[in-house]
Design a protein. Structure first.
Length: 309
């Protein structure tokens, strides 16, 4: 309203405008006096001025996807004393709104009823007591100007850390196998110690090449159903975040190369900086670091390389 009065006061005068918009002229003059003499501003106005650039920074540094709660939590992590209602009010004033996930679900794995299926060892219980106890694997897709690009993820259930991923123009087994190879290289020192790998029963995950690689690495396979998102719910959640936070917000996509590079950046951010509510509003890498800090040094051998940078 102050800006509106400034814009039209030369034509209509301050008092007539205030009468129309129903504010006291004293309010306008007091606000203008505060602009000339900042020390006269209220404590709330001074606090707001300090918080606005920090809110904008947190929002911009996190793909512009954080809503009120996550911006507020990140500010608290950084030592800024701010009430959640204050962050909500300022974000509304600044026109900042976090990403909202859609509800669409598309099957990208190809079922093959002729292949033997491993038993479902998870039964929708997506919990783990330590890193490298349970991995989830799934594939999603990205529409580009030259056709679809498919992205395979392998995620550690304990921390939600994305331990392996690959992008390809093909849905063949090699896509899923390359993501698995990255996970094995990054996380295992030759002894998986009861690690379970869970996926749906798409042909990519039931192929001889894929199951042989799991067997060679000493990893126990487990499968749910194709098309039933509850049988691989956490993997579907990771896919949903990926699509919402990166793909839908930064498209259109030209082809494989730009999807691959953007996914590399997103995975690094997701693993090392994105705060996740289910693990206490901290990033996956920090959550795992806390686990290894709180356990004996001998246990740290399980995390061969803690980054996929």
């Amino acid at each position: 309203m102050i800006e509106f009065i400034d814009e039209h006061k030369a034509t209509f005068g301050v008092e007539p405008i205030c009468d129309v918009i129903e504010i006291a002229p004293a309010t306008y003059y007091d606000r203008k006096r505060q602009e000339r003499e900042p020390e006269r501003r209220s404590a709330r106005a001074k606090r707001d001025e300090t918080l606005r650039p920090e809110i904008q920074r947190v929002f911009d540094d996190n793909y512009g996807v954080y809503g009120v709660r996550k911006v507020w939590k990140q500010l608290l992590r950084e030592g800024f004393a701010a009430a959640k209602c204050t962050v909500r009010r300022l974000m509304r004033q600044m026109g900042l709104q976090g990403a909202t996930r859609g509800k669409a679900f598309t099957v990208t794995t190809i079922p093959d009823d002729l292949l033997a299926r491993p038993t479902d060892l998870v039964e929708r219980d997506f919990t783990a007591d330590a890193p490298n106890e349970l991995w989830l694997a799934d594939i999603t897709y990205v529409k580009t100007q030259v056709g679809f690009v498919y992205v395979a993820f392998v995620t550690d259930v304990y921390s939600r850390y994305i331990v392996g991923w690959r992008a390809s123009r093909s849905l063949e087994t090699g896509l899923a196998l390359d993501a698995l190879e990255q996970a094995i290289w990054a996380r295992l020192d030759g002894d998986p110690d009861g690690l379970i790998h869970h996926s749906d029963h798409g042909s990519q995950y039931l192929s001889i090449r894929y199951t042989d690689r799991l067997r060679d690495a000493g990893i126990e396979p487990s499968t749910g159903s194709v098309g039933d998102s509850f049988d691989n719910a956490m993997a579907e959640t990771i896919n949903g975040l990926y699509k919402t936070e990166l793909i839908h917000r930064r498209g259109p996509w030209k082809g494989l190369d730009d999807v691959e590079y953007a996914t590399l950046e997103w995975v690094d951010w997701f693993n090392h900086r994105r705060i996740l509510e289910p693990i206490g509003d901290i990033p996956p890498a920090e959550y795992e670091a806390n686990y290894y800090r709180d356990n004996s040094p001998a246990d740290t051998a399980g995390l061969k390389r803690n980054s996929l940078r």
